[in-house]
Design a protein around this ligand. Structure first.
Ligand code: ADP
Ligand code: MG
Length: 470
C-alpha cells in the first residue's frame, strides 16, 4: 500500500475529505471533531494528523477513524490506519485555551486542572452560586431521606468513588438541591484540592449551546472533563434535547472513565424520564439510584422545629404556642419548600402585627396554604405509589400493556384517582396515557366488584388508600 506517496500529502485530498465529512457527520460533529484536525500527510500506510489535545485524538480515533479512512480511499488514498499526535501549544492557543490559563498541551487534562487550581483557584469553573444555608448541618434527616443523606455524605468525604453516578431523585421541594449544595460546600471546606462543578442541567445546556455558537467546543469539553466532581441538578431538563443529551453523555462517560464522581438529580427515576436516550438511562442506572420519599410527619415536624429555632433568633422573641408546629406538620404534607414558606410567612406576619404565633394566627395567615393542602393527593402520586406497591414500572402502569399483573394495578390506580382526587374522568384518562373516560369507568367498576368479592383484594386497596390519604 506504500504506493501512494508524496502527492497525497497535498492539502486538496484532505479538503475533499473534509467536505464529505461535513456532509455525512453533520455540522456539529464536524466543527467539534474534524475542524481542529490538521493534516500531516501519509507516510507508509499511516495517515497523520495533528490534534490540539490527546482527548480529541482519542475520540476521533475511536469514533471517526473508519469514516476518515473510507473517505480518503474514495479519493484514491489507501491508508491502513490513522495516527494522531498532539500539536505544541504555539499551534493551538485558542480563545478558550487562554481563558483557562493556556496550559501546555500534551499534558493530561488532569495536570492542567492541578495547575489551574494552584494559580487561580476554581474561578475558571462555571459553578452555579451555592446557597450557604444548604449545608448538611441544616438538613433534617428522617426516614424518607436518610439513604439519600447518607449517600450524599459519602460523596462529600471526597474519598474513593464507590458508586457512580449518585442519582438522587424525588418530587419537588424534597431536598435534592439542598443535598447537592451541601456536598459542594462540604467538599470546598474539607477537600479544597478537588475541582467541584455544580450546575443545573439547564445551565449545562446553555453553556453547551454557547460553546457551539462561539466555536469553543474544545474549551467546553476540556473544562467539563477537568473536574473531579460534577454535579448536575434537574437532569430531566435535557430529556428530548438531543445534542445536549449527547454532549452530556460524552462528558459523563469521560468522567466515569477517569474515576471522577458524578452526582445527578432529577424529579423522577432514570427509567421514568421520557425522551431520554436508552444508553444514557442505562448509564444513569449504573450507579446508586436513591429516591427522596415524600415527607412524613416526623420529618416535617423536625424541619419546622429546626427552622423555627433559626427564625426565633432572626425575629427576636416571638413565642410559639404549643401545638402549632404539630398542626402545620400534620396539615401541610406537600413538601419542605411549602412548609418553609408557611413558617416564614407566619414569623413575618407575627412580627408585623405583634401577635404571638398561635393557632388563630396560623389559621388566619395560612388559610390559602392550608386549603391547598386539603386536596393534596394527585393522580401522579397515586400512580407512583401503586406502581411501587405492586413493584411494576410507572411507565408500564400508564402504558398500553394488558397483562393482568399490570392491568390490575392500573385499574386500582384509576379507582383511587377517582376516589381521592377531584379530577374528572376524562382528566384522569388523560393522565393514564390518554385513555378514554369509559376505560376509567370500566376500571373503577372492576375494582368495586373485586373489592366486594375478594376480602384480600379489598384490604390491599384500603391499605393503599390509607397510605395515600394519610
Ligand atoms: P428540590 O431540589 O428537591 O426541589 P430543595 O433542595 O430546593 O428541593 O429544597 C426546598 C427547600 O426545602 C429548601 O429551602 C431546602 O433547604 C428545604 N429542605 C428540603 N429538605 C430539607 C431537609 N431535610 N431539612 C431541611 N431543609 C430541607
Ligand atoms: Mg432542586
Amino acid at each position: 500500500m506504500g504506493k501512494n506517496t508524496r502527492a497525497d500529502t497535498r492539502q486538496d485530498k484532505w479538503d475533499s475529505v473534509r467536505k464529505e465529512l461535513q456532509q455525512t457527520l453533520g455540522q456539529n460533529n464536524f466543527v467539534t471533531w474534524i475542524e481542529p484536525l490538521s493534516y500531516g500527510g501519509l507516510s507508509g500506510d499511516v495517515l497523520r494528523f495533528g490534534v490540539p489535545t490527546r482527548f480529541l485524538g482519542d475520540w476521533v480515533s475511536r469514533n471517526f477513524a473508519d469514516r476518515i479512512l473510507r473517505e480518503f480511499e474514495k479519493q484514491g488514498v489507501e491508508a491502513g490506519r490513522i495516527e494522531f499526535s498532539v500539536r505544541r501549544p504555539a499551534q493551538t492557543a485558542t480563545a478558550t485555551d487562554s481563558a483557562k490559563g493556556a496550559q501546555p498541551k500534551g499534558q493530561t487534562v488532569n495536570g492542567a486542572a492541578v495547575n489551574g487550581r494552584a494559580t487561580q483557584g476554581d474561578s475558571d469553573l462555571p459553578t452555579a452560586p451555592l446557597d450557604g444555608r444548604f449545608t448538611f448541618e441544616n438538613f433534617v434527616v428522617g426516614k424518607p431521606n436518610e439513604l439519600a443523606h447518607a449517600a450524599a455524605r459519602r460523596v462529600a468525604e471526597g474519598g474513593t468513588v464507590t458508586f457512580n453516578p449518585l442519582f438522587l431523585y424525588g418530587g419537588v421541594g424534597l431536598g435534592k438541591t439542598h443535598l447537592m449544595h451541601a456536598i459542594a460546600i462540604e467538599l470546598s471546606e474539607c477537600r479544597p484540592d478537588l475541582r467541584v462543578l455544580y450546575l443545573s442541567a439547564e445551565q449545562f445546556m446553555y453553556r453547551f449551546i454557547q460553546a457551539l455558537r462561539d466555536k469553543q467546543m474544545m474549551g467546553f469539553k476540556e473544562l467539563f472533563r477537568s473536574v473531579d466532581v460534577l454535579m448536575v441538578d434537574d437532569v430531566q431538563f435535557i430529556a428530548g434535547k438531543d445534542s445536549t443529551q449527547d454532549e452530556f453523555f460524552h462528558t459523563f462517560n469521560a468522567l466515569v472513565d477517569q474515576g471522577k464522581q458524578i452526582v445527578i438529580s432529577a424529579d423522577r427515576a432514570p427509567g421514568e424520564i421520557k425522551d431520554l436516550e436508552e444508553r444514557i438511562r442505562s448509564r444513569l442506572q449504573c450507579g446508586l439510584v436513591v429516591d427522596l420519599h415524600p415527607t412524613d410527619y416526623e420529618l416535617r415536624l423536625g424541619v419546622l422545629q429546626q427552622k423555627s429555632a433559626r427564625f426565633a433568633s432572626q425575629y427576636g422573641d416571638i413565642p410559639v404556642a404549643g401545638g402549632v408546629l404539630e398542626f402545620l406538620a400534620h396539615k401541610i404534607s406537600t413538601n419542605v419548600r411549602v412548609l418553609e414558606g408557611a413558617l416564614t410567612r407566619l414569623y413575618a406576619f407575627a412580627s408585623l402585627v405583634g401577635r404571638p404565633i398561635d393557632m388563630d394566627l396560623a389559621q388566619d395567615c395560612l388559610a390559602d396554604i392550608l386549603r391547598a393542602s386539603e386536596r393534596r393527593v394527585t393522580v401522579e402520586e397515586i400512580q407512583r405509589k401503586v406502581a411501587e406497591h405492586y413493584n411494576i414500572r410507572l411507565s408500564d402502569l400508564i402504558g398500553p400493556k394488558r397483562v393482568r399483573t399490570i392491568a390490575r394495578p392500573r385499574q386500582i390506580a384509576m379507582f383511587l384517582s377517582k376516589e381521592l382526587t377531584t379530577r374528572s374522568l376524562p382528566e384522569i384518562g388523560r393522565r393514564f396515557g390518554g385513555r378514554d373516560h369509559t376505560t376509567i369507568i370500566h376500571g373503577v367498576r372492576k375494582v368495586e366488584e373485586l373489592r366486594a368479592s375478594d376480602p384480600q383484594f379489598a384490604e390491599d386497596v384500603d391499605l393503599l388508600r390509607r397510605l395515600l390519604a394519610r
